[in-house]
Write a protein that binds this ligand. Structure first.
Ligand code: HEC
Length: 197
């Protein structure tokens, strides 16, 4: 048995490697006539990124009252009726003022620096497993409802491409620029004894 084993390894491995190469060669497609140029509508459907200044926000609007209803139907099952979170999904509300404590609670309300990101995130990623199924007005309303429950807007406030970018989130100034040279105040930059990070 020992003899067979030793003999098999050097013989079988190269044979397998050669077979794999032949197989791969047979399956490699010629790249002629593969695929096609996407249509403008197809590109537009994928082009949903909203920058922090909200310039790309689509036309539409919503408010927290409508958002509460939609949230109950499509989001509460994971995030909880009151956005408090569950073993299946994080809390979306609470935590304001805790970030500098020993137990920071990071929610969309307490932690995220821009309200426009809430819109972008919900539209691209929620409800989980049915991403992309929400209408634009529903996304505005859900964003409004999350902001309302975090005491950032009022229940009747209209959230749309004009009002959303103007909202100042509680932790807006809690982030430092990636490029530290942008911080001109050396104390804020964390410089000590002439040495700056
Ligand atoms: C099937 C469960 C599920 C459903 C339904 C669901 N979510 Fe979520 N949601 C999650 C999970 C899980 C995460 C965390 C994802 C991660 O961090 O990668 C999350 C994250 C989020 C976040 C970001 C939270 C953070 O602080 O990172 C927001 C905002 C959000 N969901 C909103 C919604 C809204 C609005 C709906 C309803 C339209 C919804 N979700 C429906 C599971 C769900």
């Amino acid at each position: 048995m020992r003899f067979h084993f030793k003999l098999l390894v050097p013989v079988v491995l190269p044979v397998m490697a050669v077979a794999a190469c032949i197989n791969a060669a047979a399956q490699t497609p010629g790249y002629k006539n593969v695929g096609r140029t996407p249509t403008a509508a197809e590109v537009q459907a994928l082009d949903i990124a909203i920058g922090t200044d909200g310039k790309e926000l689509p036309p539409g609007s919503g408010n927290a009252k409508n958002g509460a209803r939609i949230f109950g139907e499509k989001c509460a099952v994971c995030h909880g009726e009151n956005q408090q979170g569950s073993p299946m999904a994080p809390a979306l509300v609470g935590g304001k003022g805790t970030l500098t404590s020993l137990h920071p609670m990071m929610t969309a309300g307490s932690y995220w620096p821009f309200a426009t990101t809430i819109f972008d995130y919900i539209r691209r990623a929620m409800p989980r497993y049915q991403e992309g199924s929400l209408k634009v007005d529903e996304v505005y309303s859900l964003t409004a409802f999350i902001l309302f429950r975090n005491d950032i807007v009022k229940e009747d406030d209209v959230i749309d491409p004009t009002t959303l970018p103007k909202i100042k989130m509680p932790n807006r100034d809690g982030f430092i620029p990636q490029n530290l040279d942008e911080i001109h105040d050396w104390k804020k930059r964390g410089c000590k004894l002439g040495h700056c990070p």
